[in-house]
Design a protein around this ligand. Structure first.
Ligand SMILES: [Zn+2]
Ligand SMILES: [Zn+2]
Length: 196
């Protein structure tokens, strides 16, 4: 019995292996290519999986679940202007950064990069609120960090009923004083007027 070679796709029989190959190349070329392609695709998936899991396993378990500990989740700015008897006082650079302008340290744990979460970088009056937790930061807390007295009766050394303290936020008279919560982009103006 002559051996026959059957095509698995169309069931035709061929007298030799060569004839079957020839038939498959001419009739079923697209299918042959598809099969070859699927092997290549499977190989690519396996190689990338091995590479990826290798990259993962080269991290220690601690690195894999690590929380970046001091990632900022809050970064807003407000502008502070202080006017004493008609004269604007400079809000110094580096409040909450240089040791002499960083008095109350109770908020330090919320700050990033060795800075208080409430700080200034320059003399523009821009207050930076940069925090690793989302919380309400108040005007009073800023003055505590700075180490300057501030409340409804008092600013700097002008305390003890020697004048009046007024606060405007975005041009609107504000009666919250120390408890005013900073909002992004707002303009805060504190004015002291000595009484006659
Ligand atoms: Zn900053
Ligand atoms: Zn900032």
């Amino acid at each position: 019995v002559p051996k026959s070679y059957r095509c698995a796709t169309c069931n035709s029989n061929f007298g030799s292996k060569e004839a079957l190959k020839q038939h498959r190349r001419s009739k079923h070329r697209a299918k042959e290519l598809a099969v070859k392609f699927s092997y290549v695709a499977a190989a690519i998936v396996m190689v990338s999986y091995v590479a990826f899991s290798g990259a993962l396993s080269s991290l220690s378990p601690a690195q894999r679940d690590r929380h970046v500990p001091d990632q900022l989740v809050m970064h807003i700015h407000a502008r502070l202007t202080i006017v004493m008897d008609g004269r604007e006082v400079t809000v110094p650079a580096n409040i909450g950064i240089s040791p002499s302008l960083w008095v109350d340290r109770s908020l330090d744990r919320y700050g990033q990069g060795g800075m208080s979460p409430l700080h200034t970088h320059d003399e523009s009056g821009v207050i930076h609120i940069e925090s690793i937790v989302v919380r309400n930061y108040t005007l009073g807390e800023l003055f505590d960090v700075w180490g300057v007295s501030f409340n409804e009766f008092c600013i700097f050394d002008k305390c003890g009923g020697r004048g009046s303290v007024r606060v405007h936020v975005n041009g609107v008279l504000n009666s919250e004083y120390r408890s005013h919560v900073f909002r992004d982009g707002e303009d805060i103006k504190i004015e002291f007027k000595t009484s006659n």
